[in-house]
Design a protein around this ligand. Structure first.
Ligand SMILES: C[S@@+](CC[C@H](N)C(=O)[O-])C[C@H]1O[C@@H](n2cnc3c(N)ncnc32)[C@H](O)[C@@H]1O
Length: 301
């Protein structure tokens, strides 16, 4: 990521192709981040309700507007709301977006969140153990790492990280924190790395760090990520007009399975992507973070 880029939107062309934005149409971007998808919708003349739970994302979009980088057709073109997409139904109704042509969820964290050491998402940066997407949330990664029982840690690493060395890692964390609290992301990453067998340490295929899965698991719990998504999806279908489209980009298998199950079981939707769409090799080359993205699209009947 270039230092000045908040986030590079993933699968942008594909999302736009399926959502077919245009003048007179309305969309909800449930995860505005740096606004890549939102701005592409606005540029095509659509009205957008853009939501994010992170104040930094809201500030970033405001900055784009204030500096004139983004042009709005009218003051009504963009509604920017700080909120949790678990409340998407209420937010949409409050803002007059209760019958829309499309909704996009681009799940996971933004590059900005990942690259900002103080946010505590990255194991390669010595930041505090935070990981809250919404800085007002009561529980930080620190509380989980330093206070949760060993049994619970093991369960979290297994369930949300699918980490096969979960037991060893949970045990090492509990031993380390008896000496003093674990404060920093890189400290935690080292404890994780030291507790797995030598052969799997730090050099996983595709440059995946040993700590990736455990960090993912903690992040999911801190932000209630799967619960929020489960709450949001049925509400979202209520908001779609007939032929309105739902586009969801997920970045790990737990999210993608939840989305797939939901789309299959929702009788009001017709699935347009039999298999999820992934990035082209040219996109992965310019934006390696896109490599695990999976886009699923469905249409309201
Ligand atoms: C991958 S980024 C989105 C990037 C965006 N599409 C772009 O082009 O810049 C994901 C964003 O979703 C936000 N987010 C995650 N869970 C959320 C939730 N439950 N409610 C609202 N926003 C959420 C994160 O704060 C983050 O900014």
């Amino acid at each position: 990521m270039k230092a000045n880029v908040y986030h590079t939107p993933v699968l942008l062309g594909e999302v736009i192709e399926f959502l077919v934005p245009g003048r007179g149409k309305s969309y909800i971007d449930a995860t505005v981040g740096g606004g890549g998808h939102t701005n592409a919708l606005l540029k095509r003349g659509a009205r957008v309700l853009a939501i994010d739970r992170d104040q930094a994302a809201i500030d970033e979009v405001r900055k784009e507007l204030e500096t004139g980088n983004w042009k709005l057709e009218t003051n009504e073109s963009l509604h920017l709301v700080r909120g949790n997409f678990a409340d998407i139904g209420k937010i949409a109704i409050e803002n007059g977006f209760d019958a829309v042509d499309g909704v996009i969820f681009d799940l996971g964290v933004s590059s900005h969140q990942l690259e900002t050491a103080e946010r505590g998402f990255s194991f390669s940066k010595g930041g505090p153990l935070d990981m809250r997407m919404d800085q007002t949330l009561p529980i930080r990664a620190w509380d989980i790492v330093n206070n949760f029982e060993e049994r619970r840690l093991n369960e979290i690493f297994q369930t949300f990280g699918q980490e096969k060395f979960s037991r060893r890692i949970a045990s090492s964390i509990c031993s380390a924190r008896q000496i003093r609290p674990i404060e920093k992301t890189d400290e935690l990453a080292k404890i994780i790395d030291d507790s797995v067998p030598r052969g799997v340490r730090g050099n996983f295929k595709k440059n995946i760090n040993t700590a990736t899965k455990v960090f993912q698991a903690i992040r999911i719990v801190v932000n209630s990520e799967l619960l929020n998504l489960e709450e949001a999806l049925p509400q979202t279908v209520n908001l779609l007009k007939s032929h309105g489209r739902l586009a969801i980009i997920s970045f790990h298998s737990l999210e993608d399975s939840l989305v797939k199950r939901f789309l299959k079981g929702e009788t009001r939707l017709r699935i347009l992507t039999a298999k999820p769409i992934g990035p082209k090799s040219s996109e992965i080359e310019t934006n390696p973070r896109s490599r695990s993205a999976k886009l699923r699209i469905a249409e309201r009947i």
